[in-house]
Design a protein around this ligand. Structure first.
Ligand code: ZN
Length: 228
């Protein structure tokens, strides 16, 4: 990578086990006690605050292969609310296979919807993708997705809301970015029900990103809550 970035990846010397060694800025990847992803199990049922998503349809947006994932950058105008706090949807991107596990099992893929509040707190909604019918929302994104580092535009209209499962059942816990610098500033909400993607869509992504998932991290002294 040009410039000052410390190149990290998912294999060998630059892989997850060594992220904290690659740069002083990545120290918390190794020393942190609230890292993500985690195995979601033994959750405590609770009356947790629901996430209200107020996302707009988008009809002209950028899709970036940044070498680590495929990311769709959202125009302004989509927000989510949790207990009255407002978070703006900035982008969503994908991992293969899933980063979180449920009772020790991976799904084929996981989407992350990254939001930020005005005071810099991140809210990430995680949605598992499982093999099933073709996903019509993903189709126009996959159709233009660059197979190497680069940027493309989607001009079809999509409704990102349609990438959420119908059930609002979810896990929630306090965690981190799953990529360097692994900052522990993320409220995670991971939906229990997966959405479908076709075998072709999953294998198409896997050809470009064979495994861009960080292994699960220690739970340490955290609680996983389960809301409905
Ligand atoms: Zn992610």
């Amino acid at each position: 990578m040009a410039g000052t970035g410390h190149e990290w990846g998912y294999d060998g010397e630059a892989g997850p086990a060594n992220w904290s060694e690659l740069s002083d800025d990545y120290h918390v990847c190794g020393a942190g006690r609230q890292q993500s992803p985690i195995n979601l199990t033994d959750a405590t049922r609770a009356n947790v605050d629901r996430v209200t998503t107020r996302w707009s349809a988008v009809s002209d947006f950028e899709v970036v292969n940044n070498g680590h994932t495929l990311q769709a950058n959202m125009p302004e105008g989509s927000i989510s609310l949790v207990n009255g706090k407002r978070y703006e949807l900035l982008q969503f991107h994908f991992h293969h296979q899933s980063e979180h596990t449920v009772d020790g099992e991976h799904y084929p893929m996981e989407a992350h919807f990254v939001h930020k509040s005005d005071d810099g707190v991140l809210l990430v909604l995680g949605v598992f993708l499982d093999a099933g019918q073709e996903n019509e929302v993903l189709a126009p994104i996959w159709a233009v997705a660059p197979k190497s580092k680069g940027t493309a535009r989607v001009t079809a209209t999509i409704h990102p809301q349609d990438l959420l499962p119908q059930s609002s059942a979810h896990f929630t816990y306090a965690g981190s970015l799953t990529t360097p610098p692994c900052s522990e500033i993320v409220t995670w909400v991971v939906y229990e029900d997966p959405i479908p993607a076709s075998d072709d869509q999953i294998s198409g992504f896997a050809e470009v990103f064979p495994h861009n998932n960080r292994p699960v991290q220690a739970l340490n002294r955290r609680q996983i809550l389960q809301g409905f």
